[in-house]
Design a protein around this ligand. Structure first.
Ligand code: NDP
Length: 494
C-alpha cells in the first residue's frame, strides 16, 4: 500500500527507535550480525534474478552480471573492510603530546535511501548495506516501477539476520520520497535524475539534513588515434546498449580522433545493428522513457544529422542508434542524458580538443579513454572532469567492481557509493580528546589568569611551528616550557 505523509513519519519514527540499540553496537558486532549475507544472496541468486527480469524487463544475463553477483561482491567487500574503515583509530597530536585522541565513525541515525528503477537491486543494495553496517537504520523508497525487487531485497537482508525495524520499505511514487525527506531523517541518500536531486536537496536544506546525490551522466568514450578499432567498437556497442542504454554510465558520447572517425562510424553502425534485440536488449522501462529516445532522435534528424538505426522493433524497443555528422555536439543527444540505446559520435583533432570537448558539459560522472599507450591514456584521463574513468574499458564495469568508489562531480552530484568511501559516507566522524597519564594532570597554563609568560610561550611555539625542523622544534618547545613554568611559579591561583 502506498505510503502517505503520516505513514512516512511513522516509518522514520520506528527506524529511530530500532537504531538506538543497533548504533550502540560495535562495528564488529554489526558485521557479525550480517556475516551470512553473501551466502543468503547466493542461495537466493536465481529467485532475485527472476524477480528483476519479471519486473524490470532486462535480460537474465544482465540481472545476474550487473545486479545480483556484484551485490554479493559488494557485501563481501563491505563486511571485510568495515572494521578497519569505521573502527576507532588513533590521531597523533604533534602540538599536544600530553594528550591522545581517537577518531570514531558513528551512524547518522535514520537514513532515507531513494532509488531509481534501472538497477533496481544493486543500487538500493549499495545504498542500504553500508548505511546499516555504519550503524544506521534505513527507510528505503524504491522506484514505483520496481517495488517487488525492493521487497525481495529487504527479505534477503532480513533473512541474513538483521533485527526488525532497521530496514523498512516505503512503497509509492515520488510523493512518498518527498514525504520521507520531510519526516526529518538524519541523512538522505538519493540516486536518480538531476531534476529530482535538486528537489531532494532543496527539501533537505530545510533541516538541514546531509544528502548524498548520485545523479545522471553523459558518459564519453575518448578514442585516441592509436586505438584498436575492432576492440573499441565492441566495447562501445556494449557500453552504449547494455540495460537498453538505461544506465547513468551508459556510453552516450564517443569522441574519436579524426583519423579513425569514418571507419569507426561504419563499424559501430554495423555492430549495433547486429545486436540480438530479442535476447540481449532490455526494453524501455515505460512509454515515457521511450518518448525521450524518440524526441532526441527526431531532433537529431531535424538538425540534419545522420541517424543510423532507431527504427521501432516492438512497443518499447528501438534498433540501437548511432548519431553522427556536422553539428552533433550541439544536439540534444550529445548534451542531454538520453538514457537509451543511442550513442552520438564526434571527431577531435588533438588531445587538447578532446579534453575541451569532453569537459564542455556540466555532467561529470564517468568516462573512458582508449589508447595503445596506457600511460598517455592515463595522463589524459586525469584531465577529464569525471568521477570514474576507465582506461581501455567502458566505465560501466567499474560499478560492478566493489572496491571502486563511484560518484560524480558537478551536475552528476556528490557522495560516493562502493569502496570504503561508501562506509565513510554513511557515517559521521566523532573525535575524542583524552588525557595521557593521570586523569587530572596539572591545570593548563592558558587558563585564567593570563600572564606575559603565556605570550612569550606562544611566540616560541609560533617560531618552532613555522621553522618545522626537529632542532627548532626542540628549542621552541623548551623555550615555551620555560616561559610557562616561570608564569606558573608567579601567578596567583584561580
Ligand atoms: P528519478 O529522479 O525520476 O527518480 C528517482 C527516485 O526518486 C524514484 O524512486 C522516484 O520515485 C523518487 N522521487 C521522485 N520525485 C521525488 C521527490 N520530489 N522527492 C523524493 N523522491 C522523489 O530517476 P529515475 O528513477 O527515472 O532514474 C533515472 C535517473 O537516475 C537517470 O538520470 C540516471 O542517470 C540516474 N541514475 C544515476 C546513477 C548514479 O549512480 N549516478 C545510477 C542510476 C541512475 P518514483 O520513480 O517512484 O516516482
Amino acid at each position: 500500500m502506498p505510503v502517505g505523509q503520516a505513514e512516512a513519519a511513522v516509518l522514520v519514527g520506528r527506524a529511530r527507535v530500532a537504531q538506538v540499540a543497533w548504533g550502540a553496537r560495535s562495528v564488529e558486532e554489526r558485521v557479525a550480525v550480517l556475516a551470512r549475507l553473501p551466502e543468503v544472496l547466493h542461495e537466493q541468486l536465481e529467485r532475485i534474478a527472476g524477480v528483476i527480469v519479471a519486473e524490470n524487463g532486462k535480460p537474465r544475463a544482465e540481472a545476474l552480471a550487473h545486479e545480483v553477483v556484484p551485490a554479493i561482491a559488494v557485501a563481501r567487500h563491505h563486511l571485510e573492510t568495515a572494521v578497519a574503515t569505521l573502527g576507532p583509530s588513533r590521531i597523533r597530536l604533534a602540538t599536544a603530546p600530553y594528550r591522545r585522541a581517537v577518531r570514531v565513525h558513528r551512524g547518522y541515525g535514520v537514513v532515507v535511501a531513494i532509488a531509481p528503477w534501472n538497477l533496481p537491486f544493486l543500487i538500493p543494495f549499495s545504498q542500504v548495506l553500508p548505511a546499516l553496517i555504519a550503524g544506521n537504520a534505513v527507510v528505503l523508497k524504491p522506484s514505483e516501477l520496481t517495488p517487488r525487487v525492493a521487497e525481495v531485497l529487504v527479505e534477503v537482508i532480513s533473512a541474513a539476520g538483521l533485527p526488525d525495524g532497521l530496514l523498512q520499505l516505503a512503497i509509492g511514487d515520488g510523493a512518498v520520497g518527498a514525504a520521507l525527506v520531510e519526516a526529518r531523517p538524519d541523512k538522505v541518500m538519493f540516486t536518480g535524475s538531476v531534476a529530482t536531486g535538486r528537489k531532494v536537496m532543496a527539501a533537505a536544506a530545510r533541516g538541514p539534513i546531509p544528502v548524498g546525490l548520485e545523479l545522471g551522466g553523459v558518459d564519453a568514450a575518448v578514442v585516441l588515434e592509436d586505438a584498436d578499432l575492432e576492440y573499441v567498437t565492441s566495447a562501445v556497442a556494449w557500453g552504449a546498449n547494455f540495460n537498453g542504454g538505461q544506465a547513468c554510465c551508459s556510453v552516450e558520447r564517443v569522441l574519436i580522433h579524426e583519423s579513425l572517425y569514418q571507419a569507426f562510424v561504419v563499424r559501430l553502425r554495423d555492430k549495433v545493428r547486429r545486436i540480438d534485440t530479442d535476447r540481449d536488449l532490455a526494453p524501455a522501462i515505460d512509454d515515457r522513457q521511450r518518448a525521450v529516445w524518440e524526441r532526441h532522435l527526431d531532433a537529431a534528424r531535424n538538425a540534419g544529422l545522420s541517424v543510423s538505426g532507431g527504427e521501432p522493433v516492438r512497443a518499447r524497443q528501438l534498433i540501437p542508434a548511432v548519431v553522427s555528422g556536422e553539428g552533433v555536439t550541439t544536439s540534444e543527444v550529445w548534451r542531454e542524458e538520453t538514457f537509451g540505446p543511442i550513442v552520438a559520435v564526434a571527431a577531435f583533432r588533438s588531445d587538447d580538443d578532446a579534453v575541451a570537448l569532453h569537459n564542455a558539459t556540466e555532467y561529470g560522472l564517468t568516462a573512458s579513454v582508449f589508447s595503445a599507450d596506457t600511460a598517455r591514456a592515463q595522463a589524459l584521463a586525469g584531465r577529464l572532469r569525471a568521477g570514474a574513468v576507465s582506461i581501455n574499458d567502458v566505465a560501466a564495469t567499474m560499478y560492478s567492481t566493489p572496491e571502486l568508489l563511484w560518484g560524480g562531480v558537478g551536475r552528476s552530484g556528490f557522495g560516493r557509493s562502493h569502496g570504503v568511501d561508501a562506509l565513510l559516507d554513511a557515517s559521521w566522524v566523532q573525535v575524542l580528546d583524552l588525557p595521557r597519564g593521570p586523569a587530572f594532570g596539572p591545570k593548563r597554563p592558558w587558563w585564567f589568569p593570563y600572564d606575559v609568560g603565556l605570550e612569550d610561550a606562544m611566540r616560541a611555539l609560533a617560531a618552532s611551528l613555522a621553522d618545522g625542523h626537529a632542532t627548532a622544534k626542540l628549542r621552541g618547545y623548551g623555550q615555551a616550557g620555560r616561559s610557562l613554568l616561570g608564569m606558573l611559579s608567579r601567578r596567583p591561583k584561580l
